[in-house]
Design a protein around this ligand. Structure first.
Ligand code: NZQ
Ligand code: ZN
Length: 384
């Protein structure tokens, strides 16, 4: 096992009715920026419940954070936060709203151009504390320090990560997910699945507990994911998916082990250039990446096949093919298509995607840093 430090500062408030705990978790004299998305919370009642839960706290609202949160929108939220001198951000929504809140938190007291936080890892000071009310289990953003921000004008999707913007608390009420459109339920399960894979499907460092944590989450998603489509208001199913998605990317399973993230980095370019949903990009890229990296990932792909998909084929090359197919079939079972052509993107798009990887300096991806632009092209070509 590799050396690591592990701390997760997010207090998870899990289950029915936990939103009522919010007021007691706010700072003294709280002046809260209540940040949310395109309005789903107004339709499903979470907005009203949040207003009630905020009690007597002074509240300023900012809404309109879009999926794949836009830099220009978030900069407007930064202005509102500055003008009103807020001292806390409550993000109510999915990964986009929570990621957006982290960027706003970092940018509020940043003297220069906040875009530098994303492209130059510019250090920032005194970020605002954040609380999260999760409405879409997928990204793990509610209990990690990652933030991904899109900038349409430059066709870039960039990330930064800092413990200092990680939510101090996260409300996870499975009932808040009942109103999700099926497409977002599917996206969430696929995203969480791939988060586990990025931290598991590398090479062995003799960390069996980490492997089994990862396999446990994958098995739970495989069992519960299809049920969350079939019986959308089954509380236990939604609870199990929600907790799996949080555990997939709250830092725990990635400690002491190598990590890949190549699928995510290539996927981000598909969103930046073609606007595909984040999870869709992962479902397209991962099977092909597994195929191209089948030699360096051999041991772990075989372990995934045997332990998670119950594949008992003795011929190793065949077992690897069956495992890749099982992953692809799972995505399709979750109603997420896995080819570029399924989204009307043809091979002529690949040049642009590879160019964008180069422009963003993403030329040595994967746990060995060996996914260069040639391999990235190979992966995208296979996924066509
Ligand atoms: O905007 P509203 O009206 O709230 O609607 C949203 C949005 O249209 C809707 N939605 C959310 N909860 C709902 C609901 N609709 C009905 N009922 C509910 N309960 O769902 C749509 C998608 O929301 P979004 O937040 O964009 O989805 P997701 O949670 O999948 O987040 C995706 C973003 O997170 C980033 C992605 O790149 C993408 O920008 N990621 C963040 C990560 C992190 N922080 O660690 C890791 C991930 O790999 C990922 O990159
Ligand atoms: Zn993801």
């Amino acid at each position: 096992m590799l050396n690591f430090t592990f701390k997760n500062q997010t207090e998870v408030l899990f289950g029915k009715g936990q939103l009522s705990e919010v007021a007691s978790r706010l700072p003294h004299n709280a002046k809260v920026l209540f940040l949310y998305g395109g309005g789903s919370i107004k339709k499903n009642g979470i907005y009203d419940k949040t207003v009630e839960a905020l009690g007597d706290a002074e509240v300023v609202e900012f809404h309109g954070v879009e999926p794949n949160p836009e830099f220009s929108t978030l900069m407007k939220a930064v202005e509102v936060a500055r003008d009103n001198k807020v001292n806390f951000i409550l993000a109510v929504g999915g990964g986009s709203v929570i990621d957006g809140a982290k960027f706003v938190a970092a940018a509020v007291n940043f003297a220069g151009d906040p875009w530098d936080i994303l492209i130059k890892e510019a250090p920032f000071e005194n970020p605002l504390p954040i609380g999260a009310v999760l409405t879409l289990p997928a990204t793990g953003s509610e209990s990690n320090g990652n933030s991904v921000v899109n900038r349409k004008e430059t066709s870039q999707k960039r990330a930064f990560s800092s413990e200092s913007v990680q939510p101090v608390f996260a409300v996870l009420d499975p009932e808040f997910t009942y109103s999700l459109p099926m497409r977002q339920v599917s996206n969430g399960v696929v995203d969480a699945f791939v988060h586990v894979i990025e931290q598991y499907l590398t090479y062995s460092v003799n960390a069996p507990l980490q492997d089994r944590f990862a396999e446990g989450i994958l098995q739970t998603l495989i069992e519960e994911g299809p049920k969350s489509l079939a019986t959308p208001t089954d509380y236990d199913v939604r609870a199990n998916v929600m907790w799996s998605a949080t555990m997939a990317l709250n830092g725990l399973i990635g400690k002491g082990v190598p990590q890949d993230w190549g699928t995510h980095m290539i996927g981000h370019e598909l969103t930046a250039l073609h606007g595909l949903d984040h999870a869709v990009t992962l479902a397209i890229v991962l099977p092909s990446l597994m195929y191209v990296q089948r030699d360096s990932k051999k041991e772990k792909i075989l372990q995934l096949g045997e332990r998670v998909f119950n594949i008992s084929e003795h011929n190793e090359e065949k077992a690897i093919d069956l495992t890749i197919k099982a992953v692809q079939d799972f995505f399709e079972t979750m109603q997420v298509k896995t080819r570029l052509s399924d989204y009307d993107i043809d091979k002529t798009a690949i040049d642009g995607l590879v160019d964008n990887l180069e422009r963003n300096g993403l030329t040595a991806l994967g746990e060995h840093g060996d996914i260069d632009l040639v391999k990235a092209r190979e992966i995208l070509t296979l996924a066509a």
